[in-house]
Design a protein around this ligand. Structure first.
Ligand SMILES: Cc1ncc(COP(=O)(O)O)c(C=O)c1O
Length: 454
């Protein structure tokens, strides 16, 4: 019998990314409490948040230091509009993020969700060229398998069919070029070879249409929602050079891979490049409050300075630069500084990777991959069967895991709180869940087609 919270939820909440007709078969977990890596449901069962609640809870749940910072801000200044006013948390956050880019990205524009940051970056890129007298540059390039969010502008540069197809008639046309996904390596090809092949395709497009193209948007190093497709950093270096050559802005969407997830604070650091615009969200506010932002080069910012108001960037959202959210983000940055987080993660990643070694030789699995604090593997198609993601998720619940495969890709994006006990435990539980699922006898319901939702 469903708990009253579940029943009330199903009666009144339209859950995100969910076919509600099926929601009763996979009822939402009635969570009542979170502490560190654990979430607790109303029956007292605990779940290890193996995907950091859609990749946001970098330091798990109810972190004492982030809690304290927010409580302090709550009593001081929870919110004030950022047009015509400013406040210390936003100023300090903009300064500190700019410093993390060595001053290359000197200005910060605030918003709330990841998709709004993407909308802002696209509009900024176009408007920047318009202000520079190049109004024909109004097309965008994105990568196949790329994901940038669900609003119409973001969907227009997204290539994940299940999210995009229904809305296709509404969307701006964009150019999609080959993804550098290393899984596409032909025999004898390295990941770097695939990346250079993808860059060559981009070059042909830019050669032909650079006069119309405003910007290229990509997820650096890992295409998350496509199923954690990973690629060689050489692609980013090639793209940076091509964008410079053809006067096209480079937008790095670090909404998922930023904030240490790839192993460096920004993923682009691993390629030794900086984009012109960088989108950040999700983990920056630690999974506490919606916050997104776009960092821009000063050269982009300066293109908007004029006596004419209309040449300014007149975009806004009511909660832009919300003080509580900025304060949470500052507490997240403090955590990085105080706890040598990147180094701690490197050590724990070694332990978790060691625990997952059997998967690399497992004949049921292919494309085991890892970068920073992201692990992924694909279950071979004939073995996965239908509704694999749903069945894996449900089996995970029984093994104290909150985990949501994408299609037949199982991935881990744990909070940055792993330790010598949790890392091997997590590896064991994931492998045991895989055994549970692959040893199940499929029912008729399992044979129905399943979309690869995140
Ligand atoms: C790379 C990337 N960009 C944009 C988004 C959209 O962010 P939001 O869901 O906060 O709108 C996501 C969300 O998963 C993402 O992974």
């Amino acid at each position: 019998m469903a708990s009253s919270l579940v029943a009330r939820s199903l009666a009144h909440i339209w859950h995100p990314c969910t076919q509600m007709q099926r929601a009763a078969q996979v009822p939402p977990l009635p969570m009542v409490r979170g502490q560190g890596v654990w979430l607790f449901d109303e029956d007292g069962n605990r779940y290890f948040d193996a995907i950091s609640s859609w990749w946001v809870n970098l330091f798990g749940h109810a972190d004492a230091r982030i809690n304290a910072a927010i409580k302090d801000q709550l009593d001081t200044l929870p919110h004030v509009m950022l047009a015509g006013c400013t406040h210390a948390p936003a100023v300090e956050l903009a300064e500190r993020l700019s410093a993390l880019t060595q001053g290359v990205l000197g200005h910060c524009f605030f918003a709330s969700d990841g998709a709004s940051a993407v909308e802002i970056a696209l509009k900024m890129a176009f408007h920047h060229w318009r202000n520079r007298g190049l109004a024909d540059k109004r097309e965008f390039v994105c990568l196949r398998q790329g994901y940038h969010g669900e609003t119409l502008g973001a969907l227009a540069v997204t290539d994940v069919q299940i999210f995009r197809d229904a809305y296709d008639p509404l969307l701006l046309r964009s150019h999609q070029v080959m993804s550098p996904d290393a899984r596409q390596a032909l025999s004898g090809e390295s990941a770097a070879d695939v990346a250079l092949r993808a860059a060559a395709e981009l070059q042909s497009l830019l050669e032909a249409r650079h006069g119309q193209i405003a910007a290229l948007i990509l997820e650096p190093l890992v295409q998350g929602a496509a199923g954690m497709a990973m690629y060689d950093p050489v692609y980013l270096r090639a793209v940076r050079a091509l964008c410079d050559q053809y006067q096209v802005l480079l937008i790095a969407d670090e909404i998922a891979v930023g904030c240490g997830r790839s192993g460096t604070f920004f993923a682009v650091e691993q390629a030794g490049i900086w984009p012109d615009l960088l989108c950040l969200s999700k983990g920056i506010s630690g999974g506490y409050l919606p916050l997104s932002l776009v960092l821009s080069r000063d050269s982009v910012y300066e293109a908007f300075l004029d006596d004419d108001v209309a040449r300014g960037f007149l975009h806004s959202h009511s909660y832009t630069g919300n003080a509580l959210a900025c304060r949470a983000a500052l507490a997240v940055l403090d955590r990085f500084a105080e706890d040598d987080v990147l180094n701690h993660n490197r050590q724990q990643a070694t332990i978790l990777s060691a625990g997952l070694v059997p998967l690399q030789a497992d004949p049921r699995v292919e494309n085991f991959r890892h970068i920073g604090m992201i692990w992924a593997f694909d279950v071979k198609e004939p073995l996965a069967g239908a509704r694999f993601a749903e069945r894996f998720h449900l089996a995970g619940r029984a093994r104290e895991l909150l985990i949501r495969p994408i299609g037949r890709t199982v991935y881990l994006l744990p909070p940055y709180l792993l330790d010598a006990e949790l890392s091997p435990w997590l590896a064991q539980q994931v492998m045991a869940t895989l055994d549970d699922v692959l040893n199940q006898t499929p029912t008729d319901a399992d044979r129905a087609p399943e979309p690869p939702t995140a």
